[in-house]
Design a protein around this ligand. Structure first.
Ligand SMILES: Cc1ncc(COP(=O)(O)O)c(C=O)c1O
Length: 283
């Protein structure tokens, strides 16, 4: 039985409970993080906790734990669930209170964390690349907050799935923002383009790593959103997230990207990513 963490207690998943009056349940009033762990060790925990603090501050909630306490809770949860490669999901909601849009006073946050095995991706992801479709970015104006209210993302991802695609690439005012659950990049003439940090995207921790590695390799990165036309004409398209790492996209709207196979720059950064992740999580 998997063990989860709820409000200070480690419990069997089937014994864990939250109130039906939790504002996360009633209003989607909370924020979350997803943090990968390799060899039982959290990867880029500092970056994730910094983003968690930003999300909490943006929704006017206090951080229930210090970074040290978060580190202890999450490391314990991973160990209790057998170590190895896992993905932590944690969420902090504004707590339990009578339903009202206005924030309750004197209520403490509800904290929930679980850890699930991080399974290998399907083979075709890296061998052939994945398919994406472009969709209008119907989300709100604060995509920089990692909010648990994911209905727009969920609708977009479902639409992609029903179209036989693995991801939806989102277009706002004619420009690519990101994926429904990933950051997005294109390569054109050996230059990497990705949307800049702004309220239009969630600034990914994987994106930070990708940009660090590109800089180390002396590759040019331009943090500027590209038009849908440039996206379709790109030599390479990639998406990134903590659980999927860096994935090549080789079809967009049934149009072949570049040569139709994962490109050389993707391969370079992907290989470096594997090295960094192992280096940083080996004891
Ligand atoms: C909308 C969105 N953008 C970007 C990302 C990538 O963030 P990270 O690399 O921190 O997982 C995610 C991850 O789930 C996401 O949902």
């Amino acid at each position: 039985m998997a063990e989860v963490f709820v409000n200070g207690q480690y419990l069997d998943a089937d014994k864990a409970q939250v109130s039906v009056f939790d504002r996360g349940f009633l209003l989607g009033d909370g924020v979350y993080e997803v943090i990968p762990a390799y060899q039982g060790k959290l990867f880029r925990l500092g970056g994730h906790l910094t983003r968690l603090k930003r999300s909490l501050a943006a929704v006017k909630m206090d951080n229930p734990y210090t970074d040290k306490e978060w580190g202890e809770v999450l490391t314990t949860l991973i160990a209790h669930n057998g170590g190895g490669n896992q993905a932590i999901y944690l969420q902090v909601t504004r707590g339990v209170a009578p339903r009202d849009h206005v924030f309750p006073e004197g209520v403490s946050a509800s904290v929930f964390a679980m850890s699930n095995p991080l399974h290998a991706l399907p083979e075709y992801y890296h061998r052939d690349g994945v398919k994406a479709i472009t969709l209008s970015d119907t989300r709100w104006q604060r995509c920089d907050i990692k909010a648990i209210s994911l209905l727009p993302n969920s609708l977009l991802k479902q639409e992609a799935k029903e179209a036989g695609a693995d991801e939806a690439l989102l277009i706002r005012d004619g420009y690519l923002t990101e994926g429904a659950a990933s950051n997005a990049y294109i390569v054109m003439d050996k230059v990497i383009y990705t949307a800049p940090q702004s309220p239009k995207i969630l600034s990914g921790i994987t994106r930070d790593v990708v940009l660090e590695l590109a800089a180390e390799k002396g590759l040019t990165v331009i943090e500027s959103a590209v038009s849908e036309t440039d996206l379709l004409a790109a030599d390479e398209v990639w998406i990134s997230s903590s659980t999927k790492e860096l994935v090549p996209v080789t079809r967009v709207n049934d149009q072949v990207i570049g040569t139709g196979v994962p490109g050389p720059l993707w391969r370079q950064i992907y290989d470096l990513y594997q090295q960094v992740k192992l280096q940083e999580t080996s004891s």
